[in-house]
Every structure is written in C-alpha cells, then in structure tokens.
Design a binder for this molecule. Structure first.
Ligand code: COA
Length: 159
C-alpha cells in the first residue's frame, strides 16, 4: 500500500484550486509532497524559490503536507521520496489529453508509480495560474482565486 503521494506542478502561483486538491489528497494519503517544478519552458513569473515559499505559506496548516522544488524528471523525484502515486488535477475535458500523455510517459519510465486524478470543487474548475496572473496584472481582484499572501505577492510583482 502506498502512503505517500506527490503532486507536481509549476504553481506560478499556487491557487485556491491547487489548495483544494491538496486538502483532498491530505485526507487520502499519510504524506503529500507538493513538488514545484523549475519548468523553464513556461518562463514562470515567480522564481522557483518564490513559488516554493508561497506554497509553503499557503499550506502551512496541513501537517502531512511538504513542499519542495525540483528539477529533473518527476518520476526520479517521486522514487527518491518514496512516493508511489503521482497526483494531478483534472478540471475539464480539455485537461485530459495532456494529462493522458504525461501519465503514459511517466508509467513507461516508472511502471510501479501510478498517476491518480482528482477533480477540484466546482467553483475552482475554471481557475488557472496564467489567468490569475493576467487579472492581477490588469488590476483586477484575485482574492477569490488565491490566498492573501499570494495576492500580495502578485501585486508586488506585477503592478
Ligand atoms: N486548480 C487550479 N489550476 C490548476 C489546477 C487546479 N487544481 N490543476 C492545474 N491547474 C492549472 C495550472 O495553474 C496551470 O495553469 P497555467 O498553464 O495557466 O499556468 C495548468 O493548469 C497546468 O499547469 P501545471 O499543473 O503546472 O502543469 P504543467 O503542465 O505546467 O506541468 C509538470 C506539468 C510540472 C508536472 C511536468 O511538466 C513535469 O512533470 N515536469 C518535470 C519534468 C518531467 O518529468 N518531464 C517528463 C514528463 S512525462
């Protein structure tokens, strides 16, 4: 039985949709590792350290949740941390094709690690980090989508 799950993403920045998923996962697994990818391909707005720090602040009340940054292959980080499950969120059908590909590749590289999908609560299904960044940069209110510390960081970075 696996007791550790790893939840990877770019988290640029972490949103209430991500948090909703981590809370659900924290009830299913003994240990949940939120793994923040360096992901240079996405040219993130926040540095890796900033994204890790914001995730840590946001998730500090969940005792069985850890946050780490990583570069390199996700399956290697999962293996090193004893995680038998990769968690991903599915918000809409449009997420499926990309997620199906990632899950397939990860299984090919590491057959004994399973990918498990969770769906966020309905009110978070349309949130994405890039839309949150766009709204914040244009002076919109993002308080429904991100935690107060993330809202402050977005204002400091983008406005
Ligand atoms: N709530 C809100 N938003 C969510 C969400 C949720 N529950 N789940 C996903 N999203 C959003 C993200 O905010 C992001 O939005 P954006 O594109 O507007 O920024 C989008 O959905 C998907 O981003 P993310 O979850 O970060 O996935 P990704 O596709 O950018 O990253 C990795 C995927 C990091 C897991 C993948 O690139 C990886 O594993 N990298 C490591 C290297 C590796 O192993 N590569 C081989 C893979 S086979």
């Amino acid at each position: 039985m696996t007791t550790t799950a790893i939840y990877p993403g770019t988290f640029d920045p972490i949103t209430k949709g991500h948090i909703d998923l981590v809370v659900r996962a924290s009830k299913l697994f003994n240990r949940v590792i939120v793994a923040v990818a360096i992901n240079p391909g996405k040219e993130p707005t926040f540095s890796l350290q900033e994204r890790v720090d914001l995730a840590k602040q946001t998730l500090s009340e969940l005792n069985n949740v850890e946050v780490c940054g990583f570069k390199g292959l996700l399956v290697d980080v999962a293996k090193q941390n004893g995680a038998g499950v990769i968690l991903r969120g599915l918000r809409a059908v449009s997420d499926f094709e990309h997620e199906f590909q990632l899950a397939g590749m990860n299984r090919k590289m590491q057959p004994d690690i399973e990918t498990l999908f969770l769906t966020p609560a309905e009110q978070f299904t349309y949130i994405s980090s890039s839309l949150v960044r766009e709204i914040a940069a244009l002076g919109g209110d993002v308080s429904d989508f991100v935690a107060p510390c993330v809202e402050a960081a977005l204002k400091a970075k983008l406005i």
